[in-house]
Design a binder for this molecule. Structure first.
Ligand code: NDP
Length: 246
């Protein structure tokens, strides 16, 4: 996307980023902070979240907050408690980037392992729903709020062997559309981003033989992440946006 964000695009906005310790989410957290946002860093591995925290502080960004949470085991109560803590500390949320996700196992459909399927659905679908529910009242308290899901090319057109991951991303597209419709007359814009092939550990797991140097880096796809999070996309609702359009 050819978009040049103002330096202060997200000034004083409070934005939750999931999967903020690695890959695209880490870059999104750094980018949002560098545009003025107070970022709440959610992820599974505390040491990775601390690294993101340190990088933001070293760059003189607004002091972030850390929320360690394993979305595989978390219950509804964990998300309700998290929302209460955010409300106490910040009073509102201006944005949420639902980026954390897992690939699971790629295999022929006939060989899908039920336990692996259920884990992928828990993290990529059920956890997103459980997290979003208690965060919606906080998003409604903002003047202009953005809720962004993370999709995938295989969530728009099925592909052989992508089993549970692809099904979870179709579900993500559906969840985004349902919420966008329900919230169409509110201050909360709901959209999704399909990052496209991006140089991260998830991508190298899915395509081990690929020359990763030919892929876009997370930093290169940030214009789309900024555009959909900030006020310049105020009229965009219910869209699944390709960060790397063909
Ligand atoms: P990475 O594997 O690099 O990062 C995934 C992030 O999600 C990590 O920070 C990880 O935390 C977090 N995460 C995974 N499982 C859990 C869990 N159970 N609880 C909490 N956090 C968890 O992936 P990418 O950056 O590549 O992917 C980001 C998003 O983009 C995903 O939704 C992915 O499906 C999507 N996507 C990526 C593409 C690509 O080419 N890279 C293409 C299309 C879509 P930790 O490191 O602590 O495990």
């Amino acid at each position: 996307m050819d978009y040049q964000a103002a330096n202060d695009l997200l000034k004083d906005r409070v934005i939750l980023v999931t999967g903020a310790g690695d890959g695209i989410g880490r870059q999104a957290a750094l980018t949002y902070a560098s545009h003025g946002a107070v970022v709440i860093l959610l992820g599974k591995t505390v040491s990775k979240l601390e690294q993101t925290y340190d990088l933001i502080v070293a760059a003189n960004g607004p002091e972030p907050a850390i929320v360690p949470l394993d979305m595989q085991g978390a219950t509804e109560q964990h998300y309700i408690d998290m929302a209460s803590t955010i409300e106490e500390q910040f009073g509102r949320l201006d944005g949420v980037l639902l980026n954390a996700g897992m690939l699971g196992v790629l295999s022929p459909f006939e060989q899908i392992d039920l336990a692996s399927w259920e884990t992928v659905m828990k993290v990529n679908v059920t956890a997103q729903m459980m997290m979003t529910k208690p965060l919606l009242p906080l998003l409604r308290k903002a003047d202009d709020a953005a809720l962004i899901f993370t999709s995938s090319g295989v969530g728009k057109k099925g592909r052989a062997y992508w089993g549970s991951y692809a099904v979870s991303k179709f579900a993500t597209e559906g969840m985004m559309q349902i919420l966008a419709d329900e919230l169409s007359n509110t201050n909360v814009r709901v959209n999704a981003i399909n990052p496209g092939a991006t140089r991260t550990s998830m991508r190298s797991t899915a395509y081990p033989g690929e020359d990763a140097s030919k892929l876009k880096t997370p930093a290169e796809i940030m214009p789309t992440y900024l555009y959909l999070m900030g006020p310049d996309s105020q009229d965009i609702r219910g869209q699944s946006v390709d960060a790397q359009p063909k």
